[in-house]
Design a protein around this ligand. Structure first.
Ligand code: C2O
Length: 393
């Protein structure tokens, strides 16, 4: 049995580790001299580009590994090979990628090892306003907020609680929509892919200076920033954490998912075909995560008071508000729930999902909207740690 590679939280890594990781990354960058070396840093980044910018077709349709149930397994396998390549470049078979622990207050900033100019882990194409310990907003879609730092961290924990616990009680919500052979790409994201995965990309990328938010803010260039792999290590860690929460939080059993395949190069430059079914257990694949507490897990929002109660009869029903409502400001409406006063076992048995069909928006821009339920006069949209906050989309 070979030793497990234990991925450490990036903010807590010691200098010895950072030196090793820097060395491995600079060796990988040196391989770019031969632009066809599959182990080169740019070629590794191009793998990501290839799987999301239309390089492959499956069943006559463009392949896209985002916006569907392929998101978690593709990135797990991608990191798996990337990590082995780095390890082999420094002859360390136990080398493990660090994870950007953005779900814990200590990790809610750019990990310092990536923010040292001149290091192989540094990338110039990042938002300069987000360096030097700026607190990250896990719901960031391009708009700076003047929410106090402590409230941003609180909001982050609330978002994590929503995306991992209440809004992802079952596989289809967590992994994203089904994408079997022959169907259209991008059927829909899972909770974590949507938030915080996408906001972390946008927050890191250099949208003030680069046209397409390069590097992290765009698929084709994201892999060119070494921080990508650190970000995705934590995304991947959420997969393991999610299953640990229990209930119906298990891997999908659908055959189309289990048999989906990807191609990569291993550390010996051999092409390798892998299947989703072989990446469900990270320990079996040879890696695991150094534990960190997950404070979002019991981050139940503050209990409702009756202080700001509004008269429900004064709120327009959904049929009056839609289909013409414009979401350029907060709008409220009332809906009738199909069943109320359900028992806990009944709630566990059947999810209650509210879907908005046909929300038209400009898809060349990032758009986010927040949903609050049973809103009353005490609700302030900058504070997500309230029972009324249902989630962000
Ligand atoms: Cu393949 Cu974070 O994107």
């Amino acid at each position: 049995m070979t030793k497990l590679r234990i991925r450490p939280p990036a903010h807590a890594a010691d200098e010895e580790y950072v030196a090793k990781y820097q060395l491995a990354t600079s060796r990988m960058r040196e391989l770019d001299k031969d632009s066809f070396d599959p182990l080169g840093f740019k070629q590794q980044a191009n793998i990501h580009c290839a799987y999301c910018n239309g390089a492959y077709k499956v069943g006559g349709k463009e392949l896209q590994v985002h916006f569907s149930w392929l998101f978690f397994p593709f990135h797990r396998w991608y990191l798996y090979f990337y990590e082995r390549i780095l390890g082999s470049l420094i002859n360390d078979p136990t080398f493990a990628l660090p994870y950007w622990n953005w779900d814990h207050p200590k990790g809610m900033r750019m990990p310092p090892m990536f923010d040292r100019e001149g290091s192989s882990l540094y990338d110039d194409k990042r938002n300069q306003n987000h360096r030097n310990g700026t607190i990250i907003d896990l719901g960031y879609f391009g708009q700076e907020v003047d929410t106090p730092q402590l409230q941003i961290m609180t909001n982050n924990l609330t978002l994590m609680y929503r995306q991992m616990v209440t809004n992802a009680p079952c596989p289809s919500q967590f992994f994203g929509a089904a994408y079997p052979l022959g169907t259209e790409p991008s059927p829909g994201m899972g909770t974590i892919e949507n938030i915080p995965h996408t906001p972390v990309h946008i927050w890191t990328g250099d949208s003030p200076r680069q046209k397409n938010g390069e590097n992290m803010g765009n698929f084709y260039s994201a892999g060119l920033d070494p921080i990508f792999y650190c970000h995705h290590a934590n995304v991947d860690r959420m997969w393991d954490e999610w299953k640990l929460i229990g209930g119906k939080r298990r891997d999908l059993s659908n055959k189309d998912w289990l048999n989906s395949e990807f191609f990569f190069y291993d550390e010996n430059r051999n092409p390798y075909r892998v299947k989703v079914r072989d990446c469900l257990d990270s320990k079996k694949m040879g890696f695991s995560y150094a534990p960190m507490p997950t404070p979002w897990r019991n981050f139940k929002p503050i209990r409702k008071t009756t202080a700001g109660k509004v008269n429900t009869a004064s709120i327009a029903p959904v049929t009056k508000v839609f289909p013409l409502a414009k979401l350029d400001r907060a709008i409220s409406f009332s809906i009738t729930r199909p069943a109320s006063s359900r028992t806990t076992p009944e709630k566990n048995e059947q999810e209650e999902i509210l879907t908005f069909n046909k929300v038209a928006y400009d898809d060349t821009k990032y758009v986010r909207f927040d949903v609050f339920l049973n809103v009353d006069k005490t609700v302030n949209a900058d504070e997500l740690d309230k029972a009324e906050f249902a989630g962000s989309y």
